[in-house]
Design a protein around this ligand. Structure first.
Ligand SMILES: [Zn+2]
Length: 373
């Protein structure tokens, strides 16, 4: 690795202890005080940066931390919440192995990413503008943060999302839009033995709806539909009067998102005596790659290969992040956080060797976005 992307000894120790403190401060979504404590710890290491402006936003009892300097700079976006409940540390403690892997709840998604942002900003030139926004609710859909995220995305030339990177440091250049739908099917109950013909089976209709949903998929465009949960009926000797399907939809383009929304608004019924109703929608639109975001990606790719021995890939992924909100408003690069494996899994871990180059990459992107280099 080139020396200007490497830590001096002190810096390495400081960022490691920041990551440690963030991980041992548990902050599940919904835990306002744990989340606030994570933000306070971040702020401690941000305060040495000259000329910053600190703003605490409060939304429905939750904090959003905004730290900025000047205007017109890059927007760095991270979340302080994790999927891990309080007490997880007892069975999944902070642990470092001999190979430079560090384990702990939320370390990859995305506490190490937050630390990367902090140390990148400590390294940018003192005149470079930027805005860092740390939100409390990404893991549960960002309902409290979306408005603020979109407002600042519009004012920024570039959005940098500190979600975890791909193997060898690859970035996420496109993300699926994720839809969550429920189909309710109403039929007519009757005795299965005495007068089955008087009944209209909601379960039979549900089965046909499942087959129909499959025909709406478009593998070439990356549209997938998963009826992942079904339930219905009361007893085996009763023709079922109701049934429910829980459906996960992933799309790669806004066009596909609208096609699915419109189609599910007017579903066919295969048995005209039943009623079928789809509810739900897309909580995040797809994050599409644009010519402008691609240009930024190419720039990052070159910087990464100039400074490290790894190639930088740009990948499309199925999961969503707050990058799905910013990508429609400004060029967005996602997956700039730590590199590791097992987000949301018990073996969640980061690979220490990528921390310094990530700090270097984010720092250089912030400087590039904030003015001529
Ligand atoms: Zn995340």
């Amino acid at each position: 690795m080139s020396p200007d992307w490497d830590f001096d000894k002190e810096e390495g120790t400081q960022i490691r202890s920041l990551i440690h403190d963030l991980v041992v401060t548990e902050s599940p979504s919904g835990d306002a005080s744990g989340i606030h404590r994570v933000m306070e710890r971040l702020l401690e290491d941000l305060l040495p940066i000259p000329d910053i402006h600190v703003d605490w936003h409060q939304v429905a009892g939750f904090s959003l931390l905004e730290v900025s300097r000047g205007s017109g700079g890059a927007l760095l976006l991270g979340h302080a919440d994790t999927v891990w409940p309080q007490g997880t540390l007892k069975t999944m403690p902070w642990y470092e192995d001999q190979d430079g892997k560090i384990f702990g709840p939320g370390i990859l998604d995305m506490k190490a990413g937050l630390a990367i942002a902090v140390f990148a900003l400590r390294g940018v030139a003192p005149t470079t503008p930027f805005r860092l926004l740390v939100t409390p609710d990404e893991e549960i859909g960002s309902a409290l943060s979306r408005e603020t995220i979109e407002k600042y995305a519009k004012e920024s030339p570039l959005a940098l999302i500190l979600e975890s990177g791909m193997p060898k440091g690859g970035l996420k250049i496109a993300r699926a839009g994720v839809g969550d739908f429920t189909a309710s099917v109403t039929g007519i109950e009757s005795h299965a033995g005495l007068d089955p013909e008087k009944g209209a089976s909601a379960i039979r209709e549900m089965a046909q709806q499942v087959m129909w949903l499959e025909t709406l998929e478009h593998r070439l465009l990356g549209t997938t539909i998963n009826p992942g949960v079904v339930s219905g009926g009361t007893r085996s000797n009763v023709v079922a009067g109701n049934a429910i399907i829980g459906i996960d939809v992933r799309v790669q383009t806004a066009g596909e998102m609208h096609r699915i929304e419109n189609t599910l608004a007017h579903p066919p019924t295969f048995d005209s005596r039943t009623q079928v109703h789809y509810e739900g929608g897309f909580n995040r639109p797809p994050m599409e790659s644009t010519p402008a975001s691609h240009e930024w990606f190419r720039w990052a790719q070159k910087a990464w290969s100039d400074h490290t021995t790894w190639p930088l890939e740009g990948l499309r992924v199925g999961g969503a992040s707050d990058g799905n909100f910013t990508a429609r408003l400004t060029p967005t690069l996602d997956g700039l956080g730590a590199v590791g494996v097992g987000p949301h899994a018990r073996h969640e871990q980061i690979d220490w060797q990528y921390i310094a180059p990530r700090v270097g990459l984010v720092r250089d992107l912030v400087e590039r976005a904030g003015g001529p280099l």
